[in-house]
Design a protein around this ligand. Structure first.
Ligand code: SF4
Length: 330
C-alpha cells in the first residue's frame, strides 16, 4: 500500500500496475491530504467565510471539496472573501496588510505541510499579529498506517511517503515493522524509484524479513529536517483527529500548544456547525482504506468526474479517483 498522494498519482501516471505480475496488488491508502480531511472541516470553513470581516486563505484543491451543502468555491462565487495562497506565510502577509480583517488559514496536510503552518504561527506570535489564525486539520501519518493494520486490512508492505519522510526522518516507521512485522520502504517518485521500492518489499516478503529501508536516499536523511521538526515541536502538540473513512484516530492530528492557543481559529470564533451530511453513494472512505478502488464506485466517470467531483478523492490532484480517471482506461 502506498500512503502518499504523490505516489498514488505517479503509480497511475507511469502505469506501474500494468508492469507487475498478477500476484502483486497495489493498494492506495490514506495519503492524499485533501481526501482525508473530513467534511466537518469544510463545513466549518464555509461557516467562517460567511462571517463579516473574515478572509479565508487556503491551498487551491480544498476550495472544490464538497461540504454538506456547498463548497468554498461556491461561497467565493457568492462574494465571500476566500483566497488561494501558496504558503501560510502569504496568508500572514494578508493579515499584516489588512489589520481590519481576520485572516484564517486552513491548515491541512501531513508532516510535509505542517512545518510551514508552524513557522507562520511562530511569526504571528513574534510580531504580535493577532488578526491571524489557523484552523488545523494537520495530521501525522503513522497512526493511520497502524489503524489500517489494527482493522485487519491485509497489507504485506508499506510504500512509505517520501516527502513526509524528508521532514520526519526514518524512525517514525520503526513501530510498524517491530510491532506488526510489516515491511516499510521509503520511496521516491520517479517510475524507477517505485519499481525499485516494490522490488525491495518483494525481497523482504520472500525472505520473511520485514524491515525499514530507504529507497529515496537522495532526499531522506535518517534524522529528517531538524529545523522543521523543531518548529513542529515548538508550535504543535498531538490531539485526536477525524480522518475521512476512519473516524477519530487517537493522537493523529496537530493542535496548537498553550503558548500559541490565541492563534487557534476555534478559540477565536464560535464555529459550531451540525454533524456533516454524507453523500451515501461516495465510497471515498473505503478507497482511502484500500478496501475498494474507484472502479467500485457507481458514480465514477458518470455523475462524478473532475469537472463535477462528488467526493474529495475526485477533487484532489493527489486523489485516487482523479488518478484513475486521468490514467486508467474506461
Ligand atoms: Fe467519491 Fe467520486 Fe470517488 Fe465515487 S468516484 S468514491 S463519488 S470521489
Amino acid at each position: 500500500m502506498e500512503v502518499c498522494g504523490g505516489h498514488t498519482m505517479a503509480i497511475q501516471k507511469f502505469g506501474i500496475p500494468s508492469l507487475l505480475p498478477q500476484n502483486i496488488e497495489l493498494l492506495s491508502g490514506p495519503g492524499c491530504p485533501v481526501c482525508v480531511t473530513d467534511k466537518w472541516f469544510i463545513d466549518k470553513a464555509i461557516a467562517l467565510s460567511q462571517l463579516p470581516d473574515v478572509i479565508i486563505t487556503t491551498f487551491g484543491d480544498l476550495i472544490r471539496v464538497p461540504g454538506s451543502y456547498s463548497t468554498l468555491e461556491n461561497e467565493k462565487a457568492k462574494g465571500n472573501d476566500i483566497r488561494i495562497v501558496y504558503s501560510p506565510l502569504d496568508a500572514l502577509s494578508i493579515a499584516l496588510r489588512d489589520p481590519s480583517k481576520k485572516i484564517v488559514f486552513l491548515g491541512i496536510g501531513f508532516e510535509t505541510t505542517s512545518p510551514a503552518s508552524a513557522v507562520a504561527i511562530a511569526e504571528a506570535y513574534k510580531n504580535n499579529i493577532s488578526n491571524f489564525s489557523l484552523l488545523s486539520a494537520h495530521k501525522i501519518m503513522p497512526p493511520a498506517m497502524k489503524a489500517l493494520i489494527h482493522e485487519g486490512i491485509k497489507i504485506d508492505g508499506y510504500i512509505c511517503p517520501g516527502h513526509v519522510s524528508v521532514i520526519t526522518g526514518t524512525n517514525m516507521y520503526v513501530d510498524i515493522v517491530d510491532k506488526f512485522s510489516v515491511g516499510c520502504v521509503i520511496a521516491g517518485f520517479e517510475p524507477t524509484d517505485l519499481l525499485h521500492t516494490i522490488l525491495m518489499l518483494v525481497n523482504q516478503i520472500e525472505t520473511s524479513d520485514p524491515k525499514l529501508e530507504t529507497q529515496y536516499r537522495r532526499a531522506v536523511k535518517p534524522e529528517g529536517n531538524i529545523k522543521a521538526k523543531k518548529f513542529l515541536d515548538e508550535v504543535f502538540e498531538l490531539k485526536d483527529e477525524w480522518w475521512r473513512g476512519f473516524g477519530i484516530i487517537p493522537q493523529s492530528g496537530f493542535i496548537l500548544t498553550k503558548k500559541y492557543k490565541a492563534f487557534d481559529t476555534e478559540k477565536q470564533f464560535d464555529i459550531s456547525v451540525p454533524q456533516p451530511k454524507e453523500e451515501k453513494a461516495c465510497i471515498c472512505g473505503e478507497i482511502l482504506k484500500g478496501l475498494k478502488t474507484p472502479h467500485d464506485c457507481i458514480l465514477f466517470r458518470k455523475k462524478c468526474h473532475p469537472a463535477n467531483p462528488v467526493g474529495a478523492c475526485m477533487v484532489s490532484s493527489e486523489g485516487a479517483c482523479q488518478a484513475y480517471f486521468k490514467y486508467q482506461q474506461e
